[in-house]
Design a protein around this ligand. Structure first.
Ligand SMILES: [Zn+2]
Length: 449
């Protein structure tokens, strides 16, 4: 069943109405943002009490960021009250810490939390892709307001190619939201991904595009890229259990041959592959096949960590979501989710020691979007990361993962003006990052203290 391809004219009708409404809201937001600076925005000067630029080891005090149009054009530390120049709008954040716009490299804007199987089934069976897209536009706006100016959205969970439309609507300035790289439908094999457990004579939608065999997998990659996928997402394992020796065991989904075909086809078309791999074989096969990022990685063998470090494969640990769903899934009869937390912590600490590149990613959508995904930072620091390192994982490191390091990830002249601020010092209290009260994306202000 091709979810998202049915009733497309009705979809277009509903979506047009929704977008018109949201568009009006955006225009109002824009007017509000620029009302102190009528006419063409020329120069904006942001005075930051402290600046964490995403690159340097230490913060800087009393910094002035000059923004012209959508770019940062200057950065200095003036002594005293330096003249701001004529025609410049001044944004006073002298009691705040400024940082590069945050980047979440693992989200699902089309999902509203799925602690239990029932939560998930309900969304796929009782909510139309059109309705889910409307909710997705709200989530995109929430992401931006939490301070995430860029996200990598790793599949729509049965909502077809709706992420492509959300991304395009943001790029075309129809709705507010972060810059998005999207993975569309994701890939898994027959019998491995929900919806599952229904009678054979009842056709149900799936949260992925189901493919079997290397040729079918290649065709699906081509199809998803044709319809707008930036990334290819694969599910590499399922059915987790803890072995007596403490290793988290799984059933690999794709054969190595299939995974290699997927990676080869994606790379041939200059696209990258994100692999959902939580345990031993899923991670090992993914690393062998040469994927670009490992998602979740609750257990990763030392040998595979070594290969990841050597090949530059990113680890996107998504810690918070595991803690968030553990109790719910345990009470549903899967206590392994509680056991996995301890294993995950051990893996995270070993990955840090092994020098694996770790990028910030939360799986937002796996938990409700009313919860700030920045809660992930607290777990990263509790599990051994330095606060500055955790901030880099969500700025300069994540920008490289997206292949956008020339434009994003640091505050320096020439980069896009994606700047956020928090009232306090995230280096001494990392949860301050859950209090973003200033958001600028591409030179435009979306939130002000
Ligand atoms: Zn996910």
């Amino acid at each position: 069943m091709r979810v998202g391809k049915t009733g497309s004219s009705f979809f277009a009708f509903v979506l047009t109405g929704t977008l018109l409404f949201l568009n009006l809201m955006t225009v109002r937001a824009q007017t509000k943002a620029t009302e102190s600076n009528p006419g063409t925005p020329t120069r904006v000067i942001i005075r930051c009490g402290t600046l964490i630029d995403g690159k340097a080891d230490r913060p800087m005090k009393d910094v002035r960021i000059v923004v012209e149009g959508d770019k940062i054009t200057g950065l200095d530390q003036p002594r005293g009250a330096a003249p701001e120049g004529t025609g410049a709008e001044v944004i006073d954040l002298s009691n705040e810490t400024c940082l590069p716009g945050l980047i979440d490299t693992h989200t699902h804007v089309l999902l509203q939390g799925d602690i239990t199987a029932a939560d998930y089934d309900e969304q796929l069976l009782k909510q139309s892709p059109e309705y889910r897209t409307i909710l997705g536009t709200v989530n995109a706006r929430r992401a931006l307001e939490y301070g995430f100016t860029s996200i990598r959205d790793l599949e729509t969970e049965g909502a077809g190619y709706a992420d492509v439309d959300v991304r395009n609507a943001i790029n075309r300035d129809v709705i507010p939201g972060p810059r998005m790289q999207v993975a569309t439908r994701a890939l898994d094999v027959t019998g491995a991904y929900p919806l599952l457990g229904y009678a054979p004579n009842v056709p149900v939608p799936h949260g992925v595009q189901v493919v079997d065999g290397a040729d079918a997998a290649r065709k699906a990659v081509r199809e998803q890229i044709m319809y707008g996928a930036d990334w290819i997402k694969v599910y590499s394992d399922r059915n987790y259990r803890v072995r007596p020796d403490g290793v988290l065991d799984d059933i690999p989904t794709f054969t190595l041959d299939e995974l290699r075909a997927i990676v080869d086809e994606a790379h041939r078309e200059r696209h990258k592959v994100a692999s959902h791999a939580m345990a031993l074989y899923g991670v090992h096969n993914s690393v062998e096949a040469g994927v670009d990022t490992i998602e979740h990685g609750n257990y990763i063998a030392d040998e595979d960590l070594k290969t990841m470090a050597a090949k530059g494969i990113y680890y996107v640990p998504t810690i918070f979501v595991g803690a968030y769903v553990a109790q719910g899934r345990a009470s549903e009869g899967a206590p392994v989710w509680v056991q996995m937390l301890k294993i995950h912590e051990d893996t995270f600490r070993r990955a840090l020691k092994a020098g694996v590149k770790i990028a910030f990613g939360t799986d937002a959508g796996g938990f409700a979007w009313t919860v700030d995904p920045a809660k992930e930072f607290d777990y990263m620091v509790k599990w051994g990361m330095m606060p500055m390192q955790a901030i880099r994982s969500a700025t300069s490191v994540a920008a490289i993962l997206l292949g956008m390091q020339e434009k994003l990830g640091t505050i320096e002249p020439g980069k896009l003006a994606d700047i956020v601020a928090v009232p306090g010092d995230p280096l001494s209290e990392i949860t301050t990052l859950e209090k973003v009260n200033f958001v600028m994306k591409g030179g435009r202000v979306y939130k002000k203290p």
